[in-house]
Ligand binder design. Structure first.
Ligand code: NAG
Ligand code: NAG
Length: 726
């Protein structure tokens, strides 16, 4: 039996946090003694980039300082692996990894990504993504992050940071903060109220800082009219004072707009530092002049340098760090994690008449342009603005080159041959040829996609954000044509985020829908594992799939965004507004069935209502991170095959709290169970999980009264309920 519990996770991170806090102390003292040997010009060199790619490799680099053995720091994209390198692994994007809800896989993914950065000599990984949270379903870069649920994203971000930094590579968690769309990201202002900021968008950054991320990257947008990279409130007040952040804040590439203002607001490093992309240079000699003129205290520059050097010393990058070599072969066995995340992050949405797993079909029709290798899988789209063939990730700086790509058709054909079945291929989106391939086949598998990416590239008329939530390339028409020609249709969706499935669901012959997400280089292999039942699907949705686009209540805006929806994004909005989703947050089918037993709730310690207490440690007052209760629920696999269930815990607040979403995710546990086996899902609630942000006192507060605990198989399939009294 395998059962991973959050208790172990929480205990481990707390122990680690304590150990690393000491690390910061000794790293700070090393940094301070190095500081004494630096000239002002050395210091300015450490905080100022020398331009994009001057040595031919890293997207960010700083000046070396020989006197203290400090190298030109190499900063490199991105969240799913080493960009622009050759013998690397194209890991699954964050959204796919999150859909596994499997902390072992998330940690392994982080460790392997870290090893590849280290192996290529990159000191800083530009990731993971803690937000853009994904409040807008069309948001172009949502797929780089984990989920629009801040709790889920926070856990995944913390695990990733811990694993990447565990192999000695610095993380730069990004894009801080309130950068939720690509349209006008470099001019618009995000203007939420403080409670919304803290409970949704800052929440995962609390986890990132608590996990001791070395760096935070500030974003392109403004916050209440002030650029994120010169926002005293966002950087000094929130990050450095309230969250006790000990590392350094770097700009997104050319996101700086001032010399003294940004320095005094708490910015610590400017990237990439040259006049890259036509941008102005604000530091370098200008910063030196500002110090000489008294516009920036030299103590502020000393603080920048101390933070940057401390992060470098803390992870031991001052000894034996590999030199930069983007041709180094660093892939190892890491493709195993890609296949596992692709497979276990696949969500089975519909399975009628037991169409899946496949039972010895003699002919299989494979239909759609995305079933075969096209320019996307050949790395011809990342910077080229195209999208054709099999899809494994979105586009932009958060993408990497594939070392290879296993297309769905190739993997299906190989497996079918081994089983003595014949495969008929229609490798276009032409409806007539799709229907003709489907006619007479035992089963027809249709592939559709939806893509998005970073706004500096326009792909098929989509400038980063998606223009709509429909499948691309006429996917609805293709499915309709195939559904009219064959009674046994399986639709496989490769998508960056939700699409509207109503047209597809209206065809009775569509008996299966496999939400394969963004599987990266192992696409076909992972799919075959699921289609033939070698693996039992165990992914669950990390966002809501609506019946219609307007149901989301948020959209890409053309001016500034006042965040009028407040706390009500994704399922919080659907629940609050009484809108029935098509497939709710947390939903996913299995080839087996699970039964939930009676809930047990145990207090770890008494909880008094009121504000968070304790000294500020990394992430905020120490009291936030204390465990207050454990909840457990027995689960039995009552079906015929082995499987895994992602049990989820949702919390409801007592009436004494200000208006709060009806249910909020505050725990999950993926329990693997053999057929007939029983196990236990365990959840640990921390003090912060019961709190809300009180704007009057500017503190986290636990309200008094009765909290509702709901445990279930999704946000709308609640199996067990209980209460916690405060
Ligand atoms: C947020 O809180 C700060 C004080 O912490 C206050 O200065 C600011 O005006 C508040 N912002 C909004 C939008 O209410
Ligand atoms: C579960 O709870 C129900 C209702 O309280 C009770 O009847 C039942 O015996 C309990 N089952 C177990 C296994 O404890």
């Amino acid at each position: 039996m395998y059962s991973k519990t959050l208790t172990a996770f929480t205990m481990a991170t707390q122990l680690l946090a304590r150990a690393l806090a000491q690390d910061w102390e000794s790293a700070y003292s090393k940094a301070q003694s190095a500081l004494g040997r630096l000239t002002l010009s050395d210091k300015v060199g450490i905080v100022t980039g020398v331009g994009w790619n001057p040595g031919g490799e890293c997207v960010g680099n700083t000046h070396p300082v020989g006197s203290i053995g400090y190298p030109s720091l190499c900063l490199q994209d991105g969240p799913l692996g080493v960009r622009y390198a050759s013998s690397i692994t194209a890991f699954t994007p964050g959204v796919q990894a999150a859909s596994t809800w499997d902390l072992d896989l998330i940690r392994q993914r982080g460790q392997y990504i870290g090893e590849e950065f280290r192996g290529t000599g990159a000191h800083v990984m530009l990731g993971p993504v803690a937000g853009g949270l994904g409040k807008i379903a069309e948001g172009g870069r949502n797929w780089e992050g984990f989920s629009p649920d801040p709790y889920l994203t926070g856990i995944m971000v913390a695990e990733t940071i811990d694993a990447v930094q565990g192999v000695g590579v610095q993380t730069a968690v990004k894009h801080y903060i309130l950068n939720e769309q690509e349209l006008n990201r470099e001019t618009m202002s995000s203007n939420p109220d403080n409670r919304t900021t803290h409970e949704l968008y800052l929440w995962p950054y609390v986890d990132a800082i608590h996990a001791e991320s070395s760096s935070v990257m500030c974003s392109y947008n403004k916050i209440h009219g002030v650029w994120a990279c010169e926002s005293d409130f966002a950087i000094n007040t929130l990050l450095k004072d309230r969250l006790g952040f000990k590392g350094y804040v770097m700009t997104d590439w050319a996101a700086q707009h001032s010399t003294a203002l940004s320095a005094n607001a708490g910015l610590d490093m400017t990237m990439p530092g040259s006049n890259w992309d036509g941008g102005d240079v604000y530091w370098g000699p200008q910063l030196q002049t500002a110090v000489t003129n008294g516009q920036v205290p030299e103590s502020r520059v000393d603080d920048m340098v101390t933070r940057i050097l401390a992060a470098w010393y803390r992870l031991g990058q001052d000894s034996d760090y590999p030199s930069v070599n983007f041709d180094a072969d660093v892939a190892g066995n890491h493709a195993e994690n890609v296949r596992a995340c692709a497979r276990d992050g696949t969500v089975l949405l519909r399975n009628e008449d037991g169409i899946l797993p496949l039972t010895n079909p003699s002919t299989i029709a494979v239909i759609g342009s995305s079933s075969v290798i096209g320019r996307h899988a050949r790395n011809q789209c990342q910077d080229g603005g195209c999208n054709d063939g099999a899809l494994g990730m979105g586009w932009g700086s958060g993408a990497v080159d594939y070392p290879y790509f296993v297309a769905p058709y190739d993997a299906i054909d190989e497996r079918a041959s081994a089983e003595g079945a014949r495969v008929v291929l229609s490798s276009s989106d032409n409806t007539a040829s799709g229907a003709s391939a489907a006619r007479g086949a035992d089963v027809a598998v249709v592939f559709i996609t939806a893509d998005s990416g970073e706004g500096y590239l326009e792909v098929e008329g989509n400038r980063g954000d998606r223009n709509n939530l429909d499948p691309w390339h006429g996917g609805n028409a293709l499915v309709e044509a195939v559904a009219n020609a064959n009674e046994n249709v399986i639709v496989v969706v490769h998508s960056v985020g939700p699409i509207i499935l109503e047209s597809i669901l209206s065809h009775d012959s569509v008996k299966g829908i496999v939400w394969a997400g963004l599987p990266s280089q192992e696409s076909g292999n992972a799919l075959v594992d699921i289609l033939w039942g070698d693996a039992n699907p165990s992914g669950k949705l990390v966002y809501t799939i609506a019946k219609q686009r307007g149901d989301y209540g948020t959209q890409v805006v053309s001016g500034n965004d006042d965040y009028d929806e407040g706390l009500y994004i994704d399922y919080r909005h659907f629940d609050n507004a009484g809108i029935e989703p098509r497939y709710e947050f947390g939903f996913g089918l299995s080839y087996t069935t699970f039964e939930y037993g009676n809930i047990t709730i145990e207090a770890v310690r008494p909880i008094a209502p009121g504000s968070a207490t304790g000294e500020v440690i990394s992430g905020g007052p120490s009291g936030l991170f204390e465990d207050v209760a454990t909840v457990s629920v027995p689960i039995t696999n009552t079906g015929e095959v082995d499987g895994a269930e992602v049990a989820q815990l949702y919390l409801s607040y007592p009436p004494s709290a200000p208006a709060t979403p009806p249910l909020q995710l505050r725990g999950f546990d993926k329990v693997r169970l053999a057929a007939g086996e029983s196990g236990t899902a365990t959840f640990t609630l921390r003090w912060r999980d019961l709190s809300y942000w009180d704007t009057a006192s500017d503190t986290w507060v636990v309200p008094s009264g009765s909290f509702g605990i709901s445990v279930g198989a999704s946000s709308r399939d609640i199996k067990q309920e209980g209460t916690i009294e405060v």
